[in-house]
Design a protein around this ligand. Sequence first.
Ligand code: SF4
Length: 201
Amino acid sequence: MKKGRKMVNNMYLFEPDYIVETTNVCNMQCPGCYAKNVNEMDNNKIYLTPQKFLLKLNNIKEKYNKSIALRGGEPTLSPYIDDILKLSYCFKNTYLETNGLWVLDIEKYSSLVDKVLDYNIIVKLSFDRMHSSLPKTVNKIIKKLEHLNICFEIAITAKNLNEYMEIKQELHIPKYVKTYFQKFLDSKQKIIDTYDILELN
Ligand code: SF4
């Protein structure tokens, strides 16, 4: 538990210093997705390349060196995710915001698992009402993450707080795993979003 962390509804607030949208591509099509994902962008797939990320990093890492969150879309679908994780190592905490489906296909994602472990990446599972795979799939993902010794946390939003409370008993969340309350961006948070990436391209 970190000192000075704000709480909402008895949960700590997930507040990374910097958020990076690594891609707009996702393997789910959740209704009401907040991300500007590929479904809305006429199949225009966008990926942040390590070179472009490095350009941005040089500007931000002095000021925002504590925590960074890599998200999408689904960041694990970026062909550059391994290199982006490596470049994020300069931050005290790096979060990989994911729907977690990759954990169920470890053979395909063995390199990603290695990077996550090597660089002490914290997997932030997005518990989302819009994801249709609850809670059975979430339990499978949790079990796998534990088995792999991957550090993970769970974040929920105001929109799904009630539902989370209702099915909490069905989720096998180990006691040591923190659940965070994720607020949407405020003016203090900085973001490299898909539009930034477009500008960089
Ligand atoms: S998994 Fe997340 S990014 Fe992907 S469609 Fe669903 S809400 Fe959007």
